[in-house]
Design a binder for this molecule. Structure first.
Ligand code: FAD
Length: 325
């Protein structure tokens, strides 16, 4: 039923004029250029948030486009440093050419991660759909084996394979493993992924537990109470929390601009009160800041990929008390 409703809203949105989609996406996208993103971060700094920046766009068709992303992210590094913002980078591996030419894609990513390392800045590889799961994890493993360690990827709780990935990466990287864990935005088939809401939540929570046991640094990227409440309980059980040094025997040393072994992450414009409450309780909270000229293509693509977003956005507009920015 929800799915039918979501698809109906997506259908309507696709017929709406561009200005209407712009009006809706303004809350979730910082703007079309880097200055817009800096302005939004300066505003949210007052809420003691820190940030991760995403230049909109993903799968590309030419390697010239990959060069555009590399250069734009190099500008982002400079803007973060010049404006003294507590921020790092989130990149989509396919936007760097990974699906066109693996070697070129890998070399572009390596260049950026090395540039960021000069400023002790972390680079997060967003996780896209199942076609690139293995490659994305391998990029991180390869970079670490080359001594470049300011990089980690996202894992998606909904995929069956994720628990094995956590155990495998733990064996290879030990305490240097650094993840963002989320449910996963791509609606994958039931051959490879959980598909019901409860199963996805439960699998995501199992992944969080596995990350805690493995000593990894982990960022919980969710706005969902059952995931956040589970994390808070699991942290307490592990003796972890705000202002407490990470006590896990197998944990890494504290990292610059990171929390005590963990942090929370949320999307710009989504469940601000919950994020502010976590921050008030002392947790490190990072806001994901997307910006870019391709905001329209990005918004439409996200809606097509996962129509439930349409329901969430509509609910946020019609019932603003349920989800304030
Ligand atoms: P939900 O049950 O979907 O959401 C809980 C509530 O939050 C909803 O009821 C609604 O009120 C609100 N909400 C959530 N999302 C939205 C939205 N888009 N618009 C309006 N309201 C919303 N997925 C990937 O596959 N790869 C990634 O690399 C990735 N990176 C992410 C980075 C961050 C910082 C975050 C927060 C999410 C990321 N995701 C990524 C998306 C993630 O996988 C989920 O699809 C998304 O967070 C929604 O799941 P949820 O746990 O918030 O729970």
């Amino acid at each position: 039923m929800v799915n039918l409703f979501s698809r109906m809203i997506v259908g309507i949105t696709l017929r709406m004029p561009r200005w209407f989609v712009r009006w809706i996406s303004r809350r979730y996208v910082a703007g079309s250029n880097l200055d817009d993103a800096v302005k939004v971060m300066k505003r949210l700094e007052k809420e003691q948030a820190c940030f991760t920046i995403d230049v909109l766009g993903e799968e590309i068709s030419t390697l010239n486009e990959a060069t555009f992303f590399l250069e734009e992210y190099q500008r982002v590094i400079k803007a973060i440093v010049d404006n003294q913002i507590d921020a790092n980078l989130s990149i989509k591996p396919t936007a760097f050419g990974l699906l066109i030419d693996k070697e070129v894609g890998m070399s572009n990513i390596e260049k950026l991660v090395k540039d960021a390392a000069e400023y002790d800045m972390f680079v997060r590889l967003d996780m896209e759909d199942h076609r690139v799961t293995e490659d994305t994890i391998n990029v991180v493993l390869d970079l670490h084996s080359n001594g470049i360690t300011n990089v980690g990827c996202v894992l998606q709780g909904r995929l069956y394979r994720t628990i094995d990935d956590i155990n495998d990466v733990a064996k290879k990287l030990g305490p240097a493993a650094d993840y963002r864990i989320c449910k996963g935005i791509y609606l994958e088939s039931e051959d490879i992924a959980h598909t019901s809401r409860n199963d996805i939540i439960s699998a995501t929570n199992d992944c969080i537990d596995a990350m805690i046991s493995s000593g990894a640094y982990f960022a919980v990227a969710s706005h969902d109470h059952p995931v956040i409440d589970h994390t808070l309980k699991a942290l307490k059980k592990a003796g972890m929390g705000p202002g407490i040094e990470d006590v896990r025997a197998n944990a890494a040393k504290p990292r610059k601009n990171k929390g005590p072994g963990y942090e929370f992450q949320m999307l710009l414009g989504v469940r601000g009160p919950l994020r502010r409450k976590l921050r008030k309780d002392g947790h490190r909270t990072r806001v994901y800041i997307p910006y870019g000229e391709k905001w329209y293509e990005y918004s439409i693509r996200r809606l097509r990929e996962n129509p439930t977003i349409a329901t969430q956005v509509t609910k946020a507009i019609l019932m603003p008390w349920s989800n304030r920015p």
